[in-house]
Design a protein around this ligand. Structure first.
Ligand SMILES: *[C@@H]1O[C@H](CO)[C@@H](O)[C@H](O)[C@H]1NC(C)=O
Ligand SMILES: *[C@@H]1O[C@H](CO)[C@@H](O)[C@H](O)[C@H]1NC(C)=O
Length: 628
C-alpha cells in the first residue's frame, strides 16, 4: 500500500514529471553546454535550527557582486514563463565555457576582477553573512551541493551553493568562494549522444596572490578574505569534471527532490484525518439527530393541536432569508472567493497529474495565474446570483465591483512591495513588462469573462427560498458569548487550521525559503480536508445561531468559514519568530506584505466555502418543515 501511495502522494516519480513535448537535449562530444545564472537567494543552511536571514533576491550581475560578465556584450536575459518571473527567477547567460566531455579536470580561469572597492567588499561580506546562495542552471538542472542526510545516511542534492563561508573562525571576516569545482554527470543513452543528468558544484575559497597561473587547489588555511577598508582583486576559477552516470534522463530529478522526512507528512495526514473523523461524529450526532427530531416535532404539533407552539430555529423562519447588511460586499466576496477556490482546485489537479514539478520552472504560478484569469466567469456568475438572492438591486455596480476590487487590492499591495524591493536594490521586483501583461490578462480576459458570467447569473436569477420573509423583523434575544461573531470565527477556525498546520509549515518554507515543494498529493488531501472541515463547522455554527434565534447568519457564516485565516495569520507570525531572523526592514515588510496577501486569499476562499455550505444547509433545513 505504501509503495503504491508514496509516488502518488509526492507526485515525485520519474516519468509523470515532464510536460508533454519537453524532450531531452542530446549533446555530441565538444558541443557547448551553456551555463545560465539565476538570481542569488538567501538559503536556509543545513542545521535544523537554521533561520532564514533575508527575503530579498539579488541579480547575479548586480555590479556590487563583481561577478565576471559574459564575453562580448551585456548579459542576455533568457526567456521565462510568467510564473517563473513572478517567483523571482532572473536568468542570464554566463561566460563559463563548458564543452561536452572536454577539458576534463582542467583548471580554468574565468576572469580576474580588479578594483573591487571597499564598499563592494562590505556588500559581499554582508550577503555571505546572510547565507546567500548562487543558483545556476545547466540544461534545466539546478546546480546543487551534495549533502548527507544525517538521519538515514542518504546522499541528496541541495539546490544552490554558498556564496561564501562564515562558519567558525570565519565569523569575524567571511571567506568568499572564488573557485567552483563543477561535476557534471552525464548519461549516454546511445553511443555518441550524451545527456546531462546531474550538476554538482563544490565552491571553495582560494586566497593568496590573485595573479599568475591558478592551481585550483584550495588551501584551508588561506581563504580569500575581503577586508572592508581596501580595494581587492578577485580571480574566479573553475574546473569541470565529467563523470559518467547510469541515471537515465527521465529520473534525473529524483536526487534533487528528496523527501526530508516522509513521516512528518504522514503525521500531518493522520492528524487531519483524526480531526475529520471527530467532526463527522459530532455533526452526525448534533445535526442528524436533533434536526430530524425537531422536524418531526414541528410537523407533528401542527397535526395534533390547534395552538402552535414554536421554539428553536423554526421561530425564525420568517427572518432567515431577510437581506443581510451590505449584501453587495458579501456577494462580491463570495464571487471572488469562488473564483479563487476553483483556481486552487484545478491547480491541485494539475499538480497531482505531475505537471507542476520543479523541472518545469514557474509552472505552478503560471497555471494559477491562467486559471484565475479564466475563472473570472465563475466569479461573476456566483456573485450576481448570490447578490440577487440576497435581495440586491444594483446589478451593474455588483458586476463592476466583482471584476475590480480584489485585483486592485492585490495589485496595490504588490506595487507597494515592489517599491520596497527596488529601494533595497533587489532583483525580485516584478518587471514593468510583466506587470503590464498581468494588467492585460485582467482587463482583457478576466474582467470581460466576469461580465459574461454575471450576465448568465442574472439570467438565472435569484435562488428561490422555501419560506417567506416577515414584514416586521423579530427581536433578537441576547446570544451566548461563544456565538458572538469574532468569538465564533476564532473558535470555528481552530479545526480547519488544526487539520492543515503541519502541511502549512512546508508550504511556508517553500514560499519563503525557496525550498522545492512537491508533496502535492498530501497538499491536495489536506486542502480537501480543510474544505470539508470548514463547510461542516460553518453549518454547525449557523445551526447553533438559528437555535439561539439569532437569524443574522449570512455574515457570520462567512466569518466562521474564514476563521482559520486568523489562525494562519498567527501561525505566520510564529513562523517569523521561529524560522526567520530578518535583519533588514525591507525583508520584514516584504514578509508581512506577502503574509497579508496569503491570509486575505485564505479568508476569501474559506469564507466562501463556509457561506455557500451554510446557505445550502439553511435552504435544506427550512424546506423540510411545514409552515402555514
Ligand atoms: C574525468 O576525470 C575523472 C577524474 O579525474 C574521471 O573519473 C572521469 O572518468 C573523466 N571523465 C572522462 C569523460 O574522461
Ligand atoms: C564519479 O563517479 C564515480 C562512480 O559513479 C563516483 O564514485 C565518484 O565519486 C564520482 N565523482 C564525483 C566527483 O562525483
Amino acid at each position: 500500500m505504501l509503495h503504491f501511495l508514496l509516488p502518488l502522494l509526492f507526485a515525485a516519480n520519474a516519468r509523470a514529471f515532464y510536460l508533454p513535448g519537453a524532450a531531452p537535449h542530446n549533446f555530441l562530444r565538444g558541443d557547448q553546454v551553456p551555463l545560465f545564472v539565476n538570481a542569488l537567494t538567501p538559503m536556509l543552511s543545513g542545521s535544523d535550527d537554521a533561520k532564514l536571514k533575508s527575503l530579498i533576491n539579488y541579480d547575479y550581475y548586480n555590479s556590487k557582486f563583481n561577478f565576471c560578465p559574459p564575453k562580448g556584450g551585456p548579459p542576455q536575459k533568457q526567456p521565462e514563463s510568467l510564473g517563473s518571473i513572478l517567483f523571482g527567477d532572473r536568468i542570464f547567460n554566463s561566460p563559463y565555457d563548458i564543452k561536452m566531455l572536454e577539458n576534463n579536470g582542467t583548471c580554468q580561469t574565468l576572469c580576474t576582477q580588479r578594483d573591487v572597492t571597499a564598499a563592494d567588499a562590505k556588500f559581499i561580506n554582508d550577503r555571505i553573512r546572510e547565507d546567500y546562495a548562487l543558483n545556476w542552471l545547466i540544461d534545466g538542472l539546478p546546480a546543487a551541493e551534495m549533502k548527507l542526510d544525517t538521519r538515514n545516511g542518504d546522499l541528496f542534492f541541495d539546490m544552490g551553493f554558498n556564496l561564501g563561508n562564515d562558519d567558525g573562525p570565519l565569523s569575524e571576516l567571511p571567506a568568499l568562494n572564488n573557485h567552483y569545482e563543477i561535476v557534471l554527470r552525464y548519461h549516454e543513452p546511445v553511443p555518441g549522444n550524451y545527456r546531462v543528468v546531474g550538476v554538482l558544484v563544490w565552491p571553495s575559497s582560494i586566497g593568496g596572490p590573485q595573479d599568475g597561473t591558478p592551481t585550483c587547489e584550495p588551501d584551508k588555511n588561506n581563504p580569500l578574505l575581503l577586508r572592508e577598508d581596501q580595494t581587492h582583486t578577485i580571480r574566479y576559477t573553475y574546473r569541470v569534471t565529467w563523470n559518467v552516470s547510469d541515471t537515465p534522463w527521465a529520473t534525473r530529478w529524483d536526487n534533487y527532490l528528496k523527501i526530508f522526512d516522509p513521516r512528518i507528512h504522514w503525521f500531518s495526514l493522520v492528524n487531519s484525518l483524526v480531526i475529520v473523523v471527530f467532526l463527522c461524529v459530532m455533526v452526525s450526532m448534533i445535526l442528524l439527530r436533533s434536526v430530524s427530531r425537531d422536524i418531526t416535532r414541528y410537523n407533528a404539533i401542527d397535526l395534533s393541536e390547534d395552538v402552535q407552539e414554536d421554539w428553536g430555529w423554526k421561530l425564525v423562519h420568517g427572518e432567515v432569508f431577510r437581506t443581510p447588511s451590505n449584501p453587495m460586499i458579501l456577494s462580491v466576496m463570495v464571487g471572488n472567493g469562488a473564483q479563487l477556490c476553483s483556481m486552487v482546485g484545478v491547480t491541485l489537479v494539475f499538480a497531482l497529474l505531475g505537471f507542476l514539478s520543479p523541472s518545469n520552472r514557474g509552472s505552478l504560478a503560471t497555471v494559477m495565474m491562467i486559471c484565475w484569469t479564466f475563472f473570472g466567469g465563475i466569479g461573476g456568475y456566483l456573485s450576481s446570483r448570490v447578490y440577487a438572492s440576497l435581495g440586491g438591486t444594483q446589478r451593474k455596480k455588483n458586476v463592476f465591483m466583482t471584476a475590480t476590487i480584489l485585483p486592485t487590492v492585490i495589485f496595490s499591495v504588490i506595487f507597494l512591495l515592489n517599491l520596497f524591493l527596488l529601494g533595497a536594490g533587489s532583483s525580485g521586483a516584478v518587471p514593468f513588462g510583466t506587470m503590464l501583461l498581468i494588467v492585460l490578462l485582467w482587463f482583457g480576459i478576466s474582467a470581460p469573462l466576469s461580465a459574461v458570467g454575471a450576465y448568465f447569473g442574472s439570467k438565472h436569477g435569484a435562488i428561490q427560498h422555501p419560506v417567506r420573509v416577515n414584514q416586521i423583523p423579530r427581536q433578537i434575544p441576547p446570544a451566548p458569548k461563544y456565538l458572538r461573531p469574532w468569538a465564533a470565527a476564532l473558535l470555528s477556525g481552530i479545526l480547519p487550521f488544526g487539520a492543515a498546520f503541519v502541511e502549512l509549515y512546508f508550504v511556508l518554507s517553500s514560499l519563503f525559503a525557496s525550498r522545492a515543494y512537491y508533496a502535492f498529493g498530501f497538499l491536495a488531501l489536506t486542502a480537501g480536508i480543510v474544505g470539508l472541515t470548514t463547510a461542516t463547522v460553518s453549518i454547525l455554527f449557523t445551526y447553533f445561531c438559528l437555535c439561539a434565534e439569532e437569524y443574522r447568519w449570512h455574515w457570520r457564516a462567512f466569518l466562521t468559514g474564514g476563521g482559520s485565516a486568523f489562525w494562519l495569520l498567527a501561525y505566520g507570525l510564529f513562523f517569523w519568530a521561529s524560522r526567520l531572523s530578518l535583519h533588514s526592514m525591507s525583508s520584514a515588510i516584504l514578509y508581512l506584505g506577502y503574509l497579508f496577501l496569503l491570509v486575505m486569499l485564505d479568508f476569501l476562499i474559506t469564507g466562501t466555502i463556509g457561506f455557500l455550505a451554510s446557505y445550502w444547509a439553511v435552504r435544506r433545513l427550512y424546506s423540510a418543515i411545514r409552515i402555514d
